[in-house]
Design a protein around this ligand. Structure first.
Ligand code: DSN
Length: 444
């Protein structure tokens, strides 16, 4: 356990607003947790964040999250609650729902899901009965736990089948998806992934779903912010239901949301409450509303476009470091890198042994670079080990970094990954600190 941190901030401090209105109270009543918060702020500021699913929320979002709305019980929906005193939280939720519908051009939005996984659970509950068939991208090929993995509700209560990417191109094979849909006759088809860097042809999925009479769920958890910022095409016109998280590219608070066609609205709402959730987190709902408003501003469009440009630049530069981009590149905010290499450019340790995803992740962390291991398609390594890394540019773009910095980052990642004995970790860490100092998070 780390030692109890001495209070390093008071409510008069410039960083105090990031912890709510009375950070001094936390320092006085719980210096241990206050210390953890400050250490985490220091970690986020002092290291490089390349985890594709993370993004630092704005001070306005954090202010709503750390607010008195956390005190309020409000089971139900605006105007239909099971508690008194809900006028203010009703206003927050109505604003959030209206903003989400306007931002994404959706008929209906439910912004109560606590997480993306909770949103997906609610969609399964709304559209399916246990035992129904589901076709979704295989987990090992970039899919998500809630799309049919064993051990998750989806793979336990439903008959799920995973579609792979092509072995040669590592892209979704729409003919194969159609063939599987024809033979499996799923009631639900899911597209959207956690480790797939390319655009998804939503029209092709719509046509396959229509052919077999299936619902189409697009899990836009990762790329919702890019859709909001008009940097990539929207799934909303094609999907029956779209789920999203609000904390990834969308840069809001940790949480989930569901968009759907008008005729599914009441089934979706009932599946969230009362079926799978109780009291909504009204502070998170207000923070989601803030994030939807932020994402509707013109500057967010510039941000989303830059996220994709940065991801392309970073991916190209990492390829030059010997890390082969799965599918050859990216159209989004993330890239998956195959450390087994290709054409003799495999990343190797000093003793000539190839580096695994797990080892590469540890080496990067040692050098102040946060990213995560990832399976690559047709990976022979175990999921806890893997042969790849996943990187994303949402955070570094929020910090204001552009293409030249992506080249610097790639060089740092390359040095960290090749550093078998840790001899250059301190030097890389120093250069990482210099880079993030130029683009500080949460400037006072
Ligand atoms: N854990 C998220 C990610 O990192 O992609 C998905 O749930």
């Amino acid at each position: 356990m780390s030692p109890v941190a001495a209070p390093r901030s008071t409510s008069a401090d410039p960083i105090a607003p990031f912890f709510g209105p009375d950070y001094g109270a936390l320092v006085r009543t719980d210096p241990q947790i206050a210390g953890v918060l400050l250490d985490e702020l220091e970690r986020q500021r002092g290291t490089l964040q390349l985890i594709a699913s993370e993004n630092p929320a704005s001070p306005a979002v954090l202010a709503a999250l750390g607010s008195v709305l956390s005190n309020k019980y409000a089971e139900g929906y605006p105007g239909r609650r099971y508690y008194g005193g809900c006028a203010q939280v009703d206003a927050a939720e109505r604003l959030g729902v209206d903003r989400a519908c306007a931002l994404f051009g959706a008929d209906h939005a439910n912004i109560q899901p606590h997480t993306g996984a909770a949103a997906n659970l609610a969609v399964f509950a709304a559209l399916l009965t246990p035992g129904d068939r589901v076709l979704a991208m295989a987990l090992q090929h970039g899919g998500h736990l809630t799309h049919g993995a064993q051990g998750n509700f989806s793979g336990t209560w439903f008959e799920t089948l995973g579609y792979p990417v092509r072995e040669d191109t590592e892209l979704i094979d729409y003919d194969r998806v159609r063939d599987l849909a024809r033979s499996h006759r799923p009631k639900l088809i899911i597209c959207g992934a956690t480790a797939y860097s390319r655009l998804i042809d939503f029209a092709a999925f719509r046509s396959i779903a229509n052919e077999v009479g299936a619902y189409l769920l697009v899990d836009a958890a990762h790329f919702a912010g890019l859709v909001a910022g008009r940097a990539i095409p929207s799934p909303v016109p094609y999907a029956d239901v779209v789920t999203l998280t609000t904390h990834k590219t969308l840069r809001g608070p940790r949480g989930g949301a569901i968009l759907c066609r008008a005729e599914l609205a009441s089934a979706i709402d009932r599946a969230v409450f009362p079926f799978s959730q109780g009291g909504p987190l009204m502070h998170a709902i207000a923070a989601k509303a803030v994030a939807f408003a932020e994402a509707s501003r013109p500057e967010f469009r510039n941000y989303a476009t830059q996220v994709v440009s940065n991801a392309r630049a970073l991916t190209t530069a990492l390829a030059q470091e010997g890390m082969r981009p799965v599918s050859g590149g990216t159209d989004t905010h993330l890239a998956v890198l195959d450390l087994r290499g290709a054409a003799g450019v495999a990343v190797r340790t000093a003793d000539g042994v190839k580096v695994t995803g797990r080892e590469a992740e540890l080496r990067c962390e040692r050098a102040g670079i946060m990213l995560n291991r990832s399976c690559v398609p047709y990976d022979s390594a175990k999921p806890m080990v893997t042969s790849g890394l996943r990187v994303g540019t949402a955070t570094v773009t929020t910090q204001g970094m552009k293409e030249p910095e992506m080249h610097r980052i790639a060089a740092l990642v390359g040095r960290a990954v090749r550093d078998a004995d840790g001899s250059v970790a301190a030097e890389v860490q120093k250069e990482v600190a210099e880079l993030v100092d130029e683009f500080p998070l949460y400037q006072a």
